[in-house]
Design a protein around this ligand. Structure first.
Ligand code: FAQ
Length: 329
């Protein structure tokens, strides 16, 4: 184990030599599939990239509650409402584990949340699309959670221990989310012609944004090379996108729904479903803050943050009081 305390005078040549040695040992540990833990020495860039990815992942879970929260009061039955409520609460829990994992890297929760609220930190592009009908809740569970699982299963083997461990529980819960979404789609697609049409319309609107969730094409990915070297990423953006398409096409067929891509075809040789061109301009617009709901989502988060200030203050005062009691005892 190499600790941060080994970093001495930042300007000395000795420090550089020491860092080179530490960096080599760090990489050897990663290559040997050892887990890196919070108190271990790690390169500053590894710490930065993990803080960025984990906190953006946390923000995605928290902002991701908003499109579905919109339907909690309008779920078509008590059973659907209970399942959706449980799902949205799980997402909140995922955000909390992930903020806690990011905090182990040295940034405070307040700093990370400020980055979201100020628009400096990103969150997943997918949550900037509106939920227009009940079928959108089915499409989110089936496709958005399906894409999230595809991306997150490999993160259970990420080199950073706290992130990898958080992902295990998150993935188990996402798998329930995916099934609740698919079941909604199955019910609608076997229902009246209007219900089937509603399911098809939701699929048409969510399909392409879901493919964008995996990030830019490999050639345009900024962080993939280093994240792969450090075993944060185990598969590239395009590899995971392809796995998702291959898994989802047969599911759409069972539903009797068609994917909105005239170029979709099975490549017999490779066994992969080849898909048409993704609109990367739309992706860039959405991550630049100009998607259909970006402003609405951030405004909702800012309002919740402001209105929750008294709760944070009260929780802090209570914790201080408890600590005082424990010290006095
Ligand atoms: N949206 O160099 P890369 C969920 C940014 S959780 C927005 O390829 P990287 C659960 C990227 O940050 C969904 N920005 O980046 C749920 C970078 O910008 P930066 C969230 C995106 O990190 C379900 C720039 O583009 N999941 O859905 C997106 O190596 C239902 C260059 O990209 C995670 O966060 C995007 N889609 O790979 C909740 C998983 N894609 O940071 C509610 C963890 C890329 O330099 C309801 N994250 N960018 O300013 C990851 O696996 C990776 O961060 C990737 C991106 C694969 C997302």
């Amino acid at each position: 184990m190499y600790t941060q305390a080994l970093n001495t005078n930042p300007d000395s040549g000795e420090r550089q030599l020491e860092d080179a040695g530490l960096a080599a040992r760090f990489q050897a540990r990663v290559d040997a599939e050892e887990r890196i833990e919070p108190n271990d020495w790690m390169p500053a860039a590894y710490r930065r990239t993990l803080t960025r990815q984990i906190s953006q992942h946390a923000h995605s879970e928290i902002v991701g509650m908003l499109p579905e929260g919109n339907w909690l009061t309008r779920a078509p039955s008590l059973r659907r409402k209970a399942a959706l409520l449980a799902k949205v609460q799980d997402e909140c829990g995922h955000g909390l584990y992930l903020y806690a994992a990011a905090e182990t890297l040295g940034s405070s929760r307040e700093e990370l949340v400020d980055q979201l609220l100020s628009g400096k930190a990103k969150y997943s592009s997918i949550f900037n699309y509106p939920t227009l009908t009940w079928a959108d809740i089915g499409a989110i569970g089936w496709l958005v959670d399906g894409a999230a699982i595809m991306n997150q299963i490999p993160l259970c083997r990420c080199s950073y221990g706290p992130y990898a461990r958080a992902m295990i529980r998150v993935c188990k819960e996402e798998s329930f989310h995916q099934r609740q979404g698919y079941e909604i789609m199955l019910t609608l697609s076997r229902g009246t012609p209007e219900q089937k049409e509603m399911a098809q319309d939701a699929l048409n609107r969510w399909w392409w944004p879901c493919l964008m969730m995996f990030g830019p094409p490999d050639a345009a990915s900024l962080h993939s090379d280093t994240s792969t070297l450090w075993k944060i990423k185990r598969f590239s953006n395009d590899e995971l996108r392809q796995k998702f398409v291959d898994a989802t096409v047969p599911q759409a067929r069972i539903l009797g729904l068609s994917l909105p891509d005239p170029e979709l075809r099975l490549d017999e040789e490779s066994g992969h479903w080849r898909y048409g061109e993704i609109d990367w301009d739309e992706f860039k617009q959405v991550i630049a803050g100009n998607g259909p709901c970006n402003r609405e989502r951030l405004a909702a988060r800012r309002k919740a943050h402001d209105e929750g200030e008294w709760v944070r203050e009260a929780a802090l005062a209570y914790a201080q009081k408890q600590r005082g009691k424990a010290l006095a005892a």
